[in-house]
Design a protein around this ligand. Structure first.
Ligand code: IMP
Length: 429
């Protein structure tokens, strides 16, 4: 498919990086369309682990990589990331950065941290990377953009105007020390010099690539349930991970998108606060966390673990328009004798629904209704084709497929690039 979106179907950390990495082998261009250094994609190639924050995973395969206008970029982090990759022998000269993407500035990080502290018990559990405050300034039309890095004078001017207001907030509201204009302008000029060669008109670039029949992959960060508009607000991120946002961010029409692959774990995890109906009670949660190594790549926090939620997954299929699903980390479930999957929610009034509740109170108070599927209780990491999986593992995948109404074309059976089983069209390709 020439234009394919890859999107997280749950609360992020579904293993999108690995799926993008795999599909990037058959693509010409890989584009990130939202988020910033709150994302942490881990890719393992030949036993080498790469941790990416801003850059699309396709960088590891030497593909042309684009950061779209809908992203927020922390220049300090991006420079580190580029230097680190180059230091490990990965070329970065094919990275393209939209001039319309917004910059995360030091005050955004300070405000993110301070406002989380102020919220106390009611905190969102953000990654504290300044994501929310940077997107808030973008919407308020106060943001500094990547293209402002192109001109030293403009950059200094914009920092000066911003600081006049931000320093008042930092000192009076958050009790934080003010930031110094000269120091900041000099530091950001240094980043600007490093980043200038990467700035490009990414809308034109993607449009031309599609016209030439090239294969373009659009990589989402976080996941559907963290979407600012369609996720579990306010426990969400400040951008739109849903597939439609790929067109907005890259500046192409929605009619150009051919396929949308949803990536879901065979179970569910969530970092940060917020409702989570299928969160596992007791010892089994720790077991899933340990087997799945469920600790955040960005913050190192323990991820909360739950059984697969098919109500939420059907919702994700609806709001994204999945054309297929990738089900990752099936191997993590191999030791459990029975596997509960949530097929409906029981609401406070005792009624049951198979649809994701439109109102937050219903979602906050719902209870999962499970169907227990038999486990397979044998390792599956080394298995090289879907039909050789144990019957119970195949049945698990087919159950998901039937419940969501979307074909599962990829099944993850381990951390390595090779440990993905392709089915149907993909297996034939
Ligand atoms: P923020 O994106 O840092 O503002 O955090 C908002 C919410 O999104 C918090 O619950 C975070 O834990 C969550 N979040 C942000 N990025 C990721 C991610 O890459 N994976 C999983 N959760 C994330």
């Amino acid at each position: 498919m020439p234009a394919t979106v890859i999107v997280g179907a749950q609360w992020g950390d579904e293993g999108k990086g690995k799926i993008v990495d795999l599909l990037a082998q058959r693509s010409d261009l890989v584009c990130r369309y939202q988020g910033g250094p709150n994302a942490g994609h881990t890719i393992t190639v030949d036993g080498r682990v790469y941790k990416l924050r801003h850059l699309p995973s396709g960088i590891v395969s030497g593909k042309e990589c684009v950061i779209g206008a809908g992203c927020v970029v922390d220049p300090e982090e991006l420079v580190h990331e580029l230097d680190d990759l180059e230091g490990r022998g990965i070329a970065t000269d094919r990275v393209r950065l939209s001039g319309n993407a917004h910059l995360i500035m030091p005050w955004h990080r300070t405000i993110d941290q301070a406002s989380e502290r102020r919220l106390g018990r009611l905190q969102i559990g953000t990654t504290r990377r300044g994501i929310g405050p940077a997107y808030a300034d973008k919407a308020a039309r106060l943001g500094i953009r990547v293209q402002d890095l192109l001109d030293t004078k403009i950059l200094r001017q914009k920092i000066e105007v911003a600081l006049a207001e931000k320093n008042v907030w930092l000192e009076r509201v958050y009790g934080a020390p003010p930031l110094d204009l000269d120091e900041l302008a000099a530091r950001y000029e240094g980043y600007a010099q490093r980043l200038r060669p990467y700035v490009a008109d990414t809308s034109l670039l993607v449009d031309r690539a599609l016209r030439q029949g090239k294969r373009v992959l659009f990589e989402g960060a976080q996941g559907t349930l963290l979407d600012l508009d369609h996720g579990t607000y306010p426990f969400v991120t400040s951008s739109n991970p849903v597939a439609a946002a790929a067109a907005v961010s890259l500046g192409i029409g929605p009619t150009r998108i051919d396929a949308v692959i949803g990536v879901a774990k065979a179970y569910v995890t969530r970092v940060g606060e917020g409702p989570f109906p299928t969160e596992i009670e007791g010892e089994e949660q720790e077991q899933v966390r340990r087997l799945g190594a469920e600790y955040g790549t960005v913050t190192g926090r323990e991820r909360r673990c739950g059984w697969l939620d098919l109500v939420a997954l059907r919702y994700a299929a609806r709001v994204n328009g999945f054309t297929s699903l990738a089900l990752t980390k099936l191997d993590v479930l191999s030791t459990f004798p029975r596997l509960p999957v949530c097929v409906r929610y029981r609401l406070r009034d005792g009624s049951e629904t198979a649809e994701f509740p439109a109102h937050q109170s219903d979602f906050h108070h719902c209870r999962p209704v499970y169907e227990a599927l038999p486990g397979w209780r044998e390792p599956i990491q080394g298995i090289d084709s879907f039909r050789r999986l144990p019957a119970a593992a195949r049945r698990y995948v087919e159950f998901v497929e039937a419940a969501v109404g979307v074909p599962v074309t990829l099944v993850g059976t381990g951390a390595d690039r090779e440990q993905v089983l392709a089915r149907g069209e993909l297996a034939a390709a």
